[in-house]
Design a protein around this ligand. Structure first.
Ligand SMILES: [Fe+2]
Ligand SMILES: [Fe+2]
Length: 365
């Protein structure tokens, strides 16, 4: 059949019938399904890796009797504080699992995550006991005090909570890396010098590796949201950054003192938060910096389509959508490989589906 140029009237008719949003734009339901598929497969990938590479036990993986018993009061205060924070694992796990209950992948992940956080609690409890700075009775009273507190989630929806945990896991990881640095003998702050202790170093490293794995899981989920719902997700990110505080600080008997000692000891403080937590997390989310993010939000426009989608007008300052797309593509590629190994790909393969959104930095327009 010869190819002929279509008539003007046909072109006009096609143009008139074109929907008011870009072709290929997914419905909310399609996007939610894609995010769920990603989360579900990533959860399976995660458990495989977790069992293979991080299968330690708080009692048997460490030579507890060799832990130093002459550490400074400051270092002991930090250990007591991190125990206090990790001790709320049952609250974190149960409340966040419930919040995520509509997502099979995310809710089940939270159970596994909770089991890993519980090990952190046991690990620091053993540390407190074997450091012998406090009597077992004192520790018992401390535990009792903590048991009377109850952690409440700072956010009530999975989207905000996802960003909260991205930041919180990174902050926790950094805290433990700094405890590890101290236990290597590389901290010159008063009260933290000469603290070299191979057992404590192994403890801090082990736990920091877990926190890094948690961070990576939540980061991938956050990028799925960012990819399919950039405008609302960036809004949520700004909210979370504006209100971020470490969990359970207020539930410790002397939380202010713990954070003061941690800050003075170079373990964790506002500067660490700004540079090593927030800056790094934002970079991994494709956001150049906090100010650009807030400015970018102001410049975005959204128009609801008949399906309830908020359509992006496609310009954001300081947000690298291409980077997020590449990350999501890479994630689906990794998951596909995993599913091929198991055989799941023969039946329900994960597949990257483009968002259909055309999001560009404002400076490109
Ligand atoms: Fe933890
Ligand atoms: Fe964690």
């Amino acid at each position: 059949m010869p190819i002929t140029k279509p008539e003007e009237s046909i072109i006009k008719e096609v143009e008139d019938e074109r929907p008011p949003f870009p072709a290929g734009l997914l419905s909310r339901q399609e996007k939610d399904t894609l995010i769920e598929r990603g989360a579900r497969s990533l959860y399976r990938w995660y458990t495989t890796r977790s069992q293979k590479t991080r299968n330690w036990h708080p009692d048997h993986s460490f030579n507890w009797r060799a832990l130093r018993t002459d550490h400074s009061p400051q270092l002991n205060t930090v250990i007591e504080g991190v125990y206090g924070v990790e001790n709320y694992a049952p609250d974190y796990a149960s409340k966040v699992t419930h919040m995520m209950r509509k997502s099979y992948g995310r809710a089940n992940f939270q159970l596994r995550w909770g089991a890993e956080e519980e090990k952190h609690s046991d690990l620091w409890l053993n540390c407190m006991l074997f450091m012998r700075f406090r009597t077992p009775e004192w520790i018992e009273d401390y535990m009792e005090f903590l048991r009377n507190g109850e952690w409440q989630p700072p956010w009530e929806d999975p989207l905000h909570m996802t960003f909260y945990v991205v930041i919180q896991e990174r902050a926790t990881q950094l805290t433990y890396l700094n405890i590890g640095r101290t236990a290597k003998g590389n901290n010159d702050k008063p009260g933290f010098v000469d603290a070299a202790d191979p057992v404590l170093f192994k403890v801090a490293q082990t736990i920091a590796t877990d926190e890094a794995a948690h961070y990576n899981f939540f980061l991938e989920i956050a990028r799925l949201y960012l990819y399919y719902y950039p405008a609302e997700t960036l809004d949520a990110l700004v909210d979370v950054i504006d209100h971020f505080a470490m969990p359970s600080n207020h539930l410790l008997p002397d939380g202010a003192n713990f954070y003061e000692v941690a800050y003075r000891g170079g373990i964790y403080g506002p500067r660490d938060y700004a540079t090593d937590v927030l800056k790094v997390a934002l970079k991994h989310l494709g956001v150049h910096n906090r100010r650009a993010l807030e400015k970018g939000i102001k410049r975005s426009r959204q128009v609801p389509d008949p399906d309830g989608n908020r359509r992006e007008t496609a310009f954001f300052n300081g947000f690298d959508y291409d980077f997020v797309e590449t990350s999501v593509k890479r994630l689906f590629g990794r998951l596909r490989k995993y599913e091929e190994g198991v055989g799941l790909a023969d039946i329900i393969p994960s597949q990257f589906v483009p968002s259909g959104l055309n999001v560009k930095p404002a400076e490109d327009l």
